[in-house]
Design a protein around this ligand. Structure first.
Ligand code: NYM
Ligand code: MG
Length: 181
């Protein structure tokens, strides 16, 4: 019974490129779920409010330089530091979470820099396993660029987003399900 506060909420992850429309889709999904009577909340990663998140944010806005391995591990650490809040205060109290970007983006964006999948996936092992991953991966990098999702941050460039798109597709082909709940 999905409406009972005793049952766990679902973890729904939305993935895609910058500019793919994830942000508006995720808030619409939250309103839709609430309309059906399911308590739901929107989360997004990176969570820029923590100290790790601030390091990520500075790097994304090109105000700091970090080695690519280091930023990969910071993105992962940012998910780890929120894991128990999401699990114990949200999912286990019956709240369904709609999360804008999670482990898949971590692996897709870093492997697009040339790192191998296994290295990229390793720090994600043991994070929360999604009940559903919804990727708007059919939208082309060119279309996403046109939608005005680019705000001048690191990675918001068409050539790089093309690589990320390919990496998402390889992950999909490999039906990556390594994270455990
Ligand atoms: N990003 C996001 C990563 O490179 N690795 C990750 O693990 C995550 C969660 O950060 N271009 C990238 C995707 C985005 C950027 O997103 C920040 P936003 O929604 O602009 O804060
Ligand atoms: Mg952005």
């Amino acid at each position: 019974n999905g409406h009972s506060s005793e049952s766990r909420g679902a973890l729904i992850i939305l993935e895609g490129l910058d500019g793919s429309g994830k942000s508006s889709q995720s808030s619409r999904l939250v309103s839709y779920l609430e309309g059906l009577g399911f308590p739901a909340e929107l989360w997004r990663f990176p969570d820029r409010n923590t100290s790790v998140g601030q390091m990520i944010s500075l790097n994304l806005s090109n105000k700091s330089q970090l080695d690519d391995h280091t930023i990969h591990l910071l993105f992962s650490a940012n998910r780890w530091e929120k894991r128990s809040v999401l699990l114990f205060y949200k999912l286990k109290s019956g709240i369904t979470l709609v999360v804008d970007w999670y482990s898949y983006s971590g692996v897709a964006f870093s492997s697009a820099k040339g790192f191998d999948f296994e290295w990229c996936k390793a720090p994600e092992q043991g994070l929360l396993a999604p009940d559903l991953v919804k990727g708007d991966l059919d939208i082309s990098p060119e279309k996403a660029a046109e939608r005005g999702g680019y705000g001048g941050e690191r990675y918001e460039q068409l050539d790089f987003q093309r690589k990320v798109s390919q990496q998402y597709k390889s992950l999909e082909d490999a039906s990556w399900k390594v994270i455990l709940f």
